[in-house]
Each structure stands twice: as C-alpha cells, then as structure tokens.
Design a protein around this ligand. Sequence first.
Ligand code: ADP
Ligand code: GLC
Length: 489
Amino acid sequence: MKVLSVASEMYPLIKTGGLADVTGALPHALQRQGVDMRVLLPGYPEVLETVERCGKARAMDLPLGAAQVERCNVDGVTVWVLDAPDLYDRPGGPYLDPEGRDHPDNWKRFALLAQAGARLAQEGGQGWRPDVVHGHDWQTGLVAAYLRAAGSDMPCVHTIHNIAFSGRYPAAIFPNLGLPEGFFGVDGVEFYGDVSFLKAGLVFADAITTVSPTYAEELTRPDFGHGFDGLLRARAQDFTGILNGIDTREWNPETDPLLERQYTVRSLGRRRVNRRSLYTAFALEDDRPLVSVVSRLTHQKGIDMVFEAADEIVAHGFNLIVLGTGEQEYEGLGLAAAGRHSGRIGVHIGYDEALAHRIQAGTDALLVPSRFEPCGLTQLCALRYGALPVVAPTGGLVDSVIDATPAAMARGVATGIHLRETSPAGIVAALDRLMAILNDRPCQLQMKRNAMNTDVSWETSAARYAALYAALTGNGDAPATADRRPSER
Ligand code: ADP
Ligand code: GLC
C-alpha cells in the first residue's frame, strides 16, 4: 500500500505544533503496517537548509506557478519538498510573518501545495505512484478538490487536527484557484459566501478522520463544529476519530538522554533527581508538590485560566512551572504571576524541547485545561513519564486519561484527573483532588504506574489508518466508527 501524505509541517524539519509530530511519526508507524507513506512538504527555509537531497529535482509547471520538487530522505522516509522560493523561502514561520501576521498570500501558498499534491498523486514520481492521498488540516484541503476536478477517483483521506482553522478567504480568490465554476457552491468549496479550503477537504475526500473519537463526536455539535457540524453529520458514515500516539522511542524515560536520571516504572523513585533539578533550574524554594504546563500560550489551551488561578494554586500548596510561547498577553500574565510568587512559580517563555522532556520527567502533575483539544500530545507524554495529567474533559484528553473517580480508583485503573468544570475554580478544585492523591503514597504510586503502563504508542492507531486505506482501495473492511476508550488501549 502506497500513500502520499500532504502536509504543511513535519517533525523534525518544521514544527509549530502537534500536527508536525503526527505527520512526522505516521510514516514510521505505518512502515510497520506494510504501508509506504511518503510526504509532500513546502520548501520553507528551515526545510531546504536541513534536508538530504536524493538525485535531481523535478520541474513542475503548475497552474499557479512553476516549482521544483526535490526528493529527500528524512530518517529513512521519502519527503518531496516543494521548492517555490517566491512563496515559501521567506522569513517568519509556515503561516505567519515575523510580525505574527498571516502571510498575505497564504491562499496561494497552500493552493500551490495542493496542486502539487494532486499532480504528484496522478503522475507519481521516480517509479512510485500512491494508491491513496492523505491530507492534513485546511492547508491541504484543496488536494481532493483538484483531483476530482481532474477527473481522478484516487481515494482521498482528510484529517482534521483543529477545526478552529478553516482556511477561509473571500470569494474573490475563487477564480484564481483554477477549479471548475461549479465547485463554488454549497456542495463545493463555498462556505457562507467565502471560500474555505478545509471545506474542500471535507466535501471531496472519501474519508474524513479526526484525531480522537470524542473530538469526532464534538465536531458534529454546533458548539464545537465551527459551522461544519451539519456537513460532518451528513458525512457520519465516512467520518471517524483515530487517537494520536507519540513516538515512544523519543519519549522513553528509560533511555532519554535529556534527563538528569533515567527511570522505569519499577524505579519511579529516581524521578526525584529530575524533580530536584527542576527546582534548581526554576529557583523554586520549598519541596512542595509540583504542577506544570507545557503548551502554546493561547485561548484554546485555557492558559488565561491557569494564570487567573495562579494565586490560589500557590495558596493551595502547589508550586507551578509554565513552559510556553504564544500570545503576548498571556506571556505577560505568566511573567507577572512568576514575579508575584518568586520561588513558587517559574515561567519560561520560549520553545524548548529538552526542557519539555525534563519537566515531564520531574513534575508531579501536568495541567492541560484546554477549552477544546482535538487530541493533545502533552498528556500522552505525561502518562509515559509518570506525571499525572490533570485535564479538561474534552476531546482527546477524555480518550487518553482515566479520571480518578471512586469507581476507577476501586478498580485500580485511574491515570489522572478530569476537571469537573473548565474554569479557574475548576482547576483549583481538581488540584485539591490531586493533593489528596499525592498525600496517599500507595494511591499515588499506583496511579503513576498505571499512567506509565498506558499504551501511548502509535501501534493501534497506525493499524486503523492502514485498515482505512485498505478499505478505500477495496482491500478490506472500513474500521468501525467507534474507537477505543483509554481503558481498552
Ligand atoms: P497543539 O498542537 O495544539 O499545540 P499538542 O499537544 O497536540 O498541541 O502538541 C504540542 C506539541 O508541542 C507537543 O509535542 C509539545 O510537547 C510541544 N510543545 C508545545 N509547547 C512547547 C514548548 N514551549 N516547548 C517545547 N515543546 C512544546
Ligand atoms: C492540533 C490540535 C491538537 C492535536 C494536534 C495533532 O494541533 O490542537 O490537539 O494533538 O493537532 O493532531
């Protein structure tokens, strides 16, 4: 089975969030399922600087402009890099300029990526032609539309990682996209009078997936669907949630070279060394229970509620560490909280993979109070590292963390805590429940062991993607719509 994955970011080449982790991990996980997945990625400067090229570039004359496609090798995975310097080789990130504004020509940058994806899918490259095309998020929604416009019936999968971003542009851009006129309608890319790239994916792909079963359910409701809930209800037969995993070789407390002290589920006591080193790094004073946040600092992540609750979190006996970067307002709130409570709250503004590992290996709990969370990866890392996740009851957080209810405790299966209410008071109440658990040593140990024994790998979910590709190409049954719950992993 050959699959072309088209994506706007991919770890370790370019990453703004969990999307990159997923597009980077999937080809490796699928290899073990007999699926040969190759990736098409824009040639941002960071990508062109680091990739190892194999052979000669191929020229592509696309409707939106000329480009070169470089075939590259990234840790054994073939990545086709779309080199169009006018569109991708510029300062800033994949989506934003150095001032934090959207690149003004994002519609063109990602329409070109989709045109290249559709072309590569149809013509193949160097003796390789995919059986299925798999796009991710709005940036690649048009791939399926271009394939259908060209009369191709190649099976397409479209995955929603975050529906809050829908690639919405004024109708005036439609004639530039080079799609048939009839595609601008309610059964096409039109969305409340505008063009939506995400809608193209949701309408024209044969199968739609999202990154957890609970988020799949949530997306069919008006309060979470961002206007797409009706379409997703109509396509219920083709829509399923497949929970993300993490790369368990990179996130392995037994071998992680970034840690002060490695440990296993049988030597949990050694975590203390990592905890102490965090206390030193953040100049925290007393040896109190430690709760941490590793996150983009945005409204989605509920980070404002953490800072609103900061005084109470300290008053209730916790120390707090926050590692994150994002909106300036939240960065300011974080630094102010750290200023008010020096020795009790440590805030590091920035993106730091190594520190993220060290925090997971030393903190008692990881707080994820998201307003919505399609999957979330940090709570999976926390489970793997024996940090108890304290999470909002939404999306993939529900599907990956077993709440310490009396019933779950009695059965000895709890792995974390669900907030009863996603609010500053809800955070404090959940931390009070956490404190009771931390004060009960056997109970704490049991939960940390349960957490570390949770399967957070890609294996089960990669098998589900493989089954989906097989079903679409007529080589198997479609996976059942209902996915596993955490206790079944
Ligand atoms: P999202 O993609 O919505 O930001 P996820 O939880 O899916 O959320 O993925 C976030 C990824 O980025 C994880 O791999 C997490 O460890 C990482 N991450 C987020 N913020 C930071 C940071 N400040 N430093 C290091 N890693 C971070
Ligand atoms: C998005 C979501 C996050 C998810 C990630 C990878 O960034 O916000 O919840 O884990 O995509 O699928």
